[in-house]
Design a protein around this ligand. Sequence first.
Ligand SMILES: [Zn+2]
Length: 779
Amino acid sequence: MTTKSAAAATLPTVHGYPRQGRGRELKKAIEGYWRGTVTADALLAAASGLRRENWTRLTAAGIREVPTGDFSLYDHVLDASVAVGAIPDRHRAAVEADPLDGYFAMARGTQDVAPLEMTKWFDTNYHYLVPELGPDTVFAANPAKAVGELREARALGHDARPVLVGPVTYLLLAKPAPGVAAGFQPITLLDRLLPVYAQLLADLRAAGAHWVQLDEPALVQDRTPAELNAAARAYRDLGALTDRPKLLVASYFDRLGEALPVLAKAPVDGLALDFTGPAAANLDDLAAVGGLPGKRLVAGVVDGRNVWINDLERSLATLATLLGLADRVDVAPSCSLLHVPLDAGLEREVDPQIARWLAFAKQKTEEVALLARGLREGTGAITADLAANRADLASRAASPITRDPAVRARAAAVTPDDARRARAYPERAVAQRARLGLPLLPTTTIGSFPQTTELRVARADLAAGRIDAAAYRERMEAEVREVVAHQEKAGLDVLVHGEPERNDMVQYFAEQLTGYLATRHGWVQSYGTRYVRPPVLAGDISRPHPMTVDWFRYAQGLTDRPVKGMLTGPVTMLAWSFVRDDQPLADTACQVALALRDEVTDLEAAGAAVVQVDEPALRETLPLRAADRPAYLEWATEAFRLATSGVRADTQVHTHMCYAEFGAIMTAIDELDADVISLEAARSHMEVAGELAAAGYPREVGPGVWDIHSPRVPGTEEVVELLRTGLAAIPAERLWVNPDCGLKTRGRPETRASLENLVAAARLLRAELAGGAAGRPVG
Ligand SMILES: [Zn+2]
């Protein structure tokens, strides 16, 4: 028996649950509505059915206070914009004409108006719609969704806790609306926003809410004193309201740091804190501020964003410490379960040994229920569960899947020299120029070519067994022939094979590497109705056979021009997968890098003079707090170099990034030591070329001259102008001509026309440069 009254009150809860349904019913209903095959009523009924299913499931698992408002037809930050009336002017008419269509217009745009911008939700792979605010923004409470879902849950007999994005995080996630000065700080609207939150809280209380959760994950990032002050003011004011439910302020994804004393002192009724990963520091920090006397603590001890079973005994120890620090301690996952798949039990094809180590949303819910019971009734009540958990953890720790002696020995033997090219760039550049014989301003593409219907049909036919591997390969080879011929005809200098055989730039490699696991039903929302199935880094990584060499060889056999070998870099492989939690990320990155290093070496041996290793995720994986970034960038850049440093001086290593703002990672870009980097630049008019030059970047650069995000074909003159701007920053000997990104999402005709214009522009400038030697002006 336990002695503390706090322990007696312990309950399990969750911040949010996956929205899509077991058969991704939500995606189907929404997309059907967009196509006109599902009515609005049918869509709303499907959504309501899914919410009911989630609450029933949670209640069955022992969750007594279910979340509401976490559900969304598209995105919870967009829902918050609607709830506070922050509708951009350009969407107002659509929203007034029909709230549902207006909502989707904000999310996806229409023929005439652009959608809200979309960006990553902290360091997860979920994307939210960025609120647009300005000095003229007028907020107005629209409680329909929050109150409606609360009533729905209560009508079904559930005790429910509405969840809203908190006011401080909402403003910190916003950006200045179009036409508003870039320096405008949305947080300055706090005083205008708080009365709207007060109204929402009053409406929720009137509808029966005892508790309301306000999510403030933005407070786990580095914050200025003014921003911390805003948080203090927000919760002082909301806490002082008389007509309000009890307030639970939630944070997750990292430690609260200097925001913890601010929230601990605020007159709110409870805090939800993350105690997993880097956020484990919250434990000592909480003790240091004297705990939360008189308050409720929702302790996130089960990792809400990774797929591994919890160490129940360790969590119980954490919880036991926390019992002394708050009036009441409840048990929860660290964050919304939105970031994990629904049910590991559906993965019947996974090796049963590994399946025992996996916990998706359903299993995590059971874990928090079990932990709460252990805390409430004493560990004696859950002895058998603890023993089973201990056995599963032991089997994971000792398994040859997680401990491959050959992989470990090789990783342990890595020296700093392995992660360094034998020759410095200037020497390599000379050797590469001699080997490749490329003209000034060489032209190339980023890697992928349009994914046509025929390719998707071929993949579906193979999956369904309608064609065999040989027939599939034939169809892919036909595509490679066409892509290579197309590039030769367009006059490109360095070709690609087009990647028709790749389903995804991470999954394709994950499927071929030992230690990587693909799931069948492990869908996770990326944004809106887009769901992805991230592979799982389950064990030690090795490469049983070459993964891309045959395709390279086939493509190179079709042409005399150099064809690039194409790989996904180690950091991106980690960023778009579920990672191991039983060893440092740096160790996993090293294993993946060694497997890729072998692939790079094999490509070189097969005749590749150019190998491109893409790292689009290098920036997005940056830790949320600046203090943690140098250590991350050190292992991340070392992993890239480890993958790419095994080649000869005259083999050219390219890398690619899908964005243009480098800021925090400019030094890291240099430390990759790639011979050529291509990046997005068309929309920012080559700004990045100037930034790289200003930072003294010494190697070759391909700032994109074709914005591939739209079907628009860039004219030759336009490309010439962009290249002139590029040449003002980067000398012609180091400037490449390429699109912003891969062409997977583009159509054939616009690809053909655009590439011809790229080549024409490069030729015009080459001629001018040749003349320039005779005294004619350039740029
Ligand atoms: Zn890209």
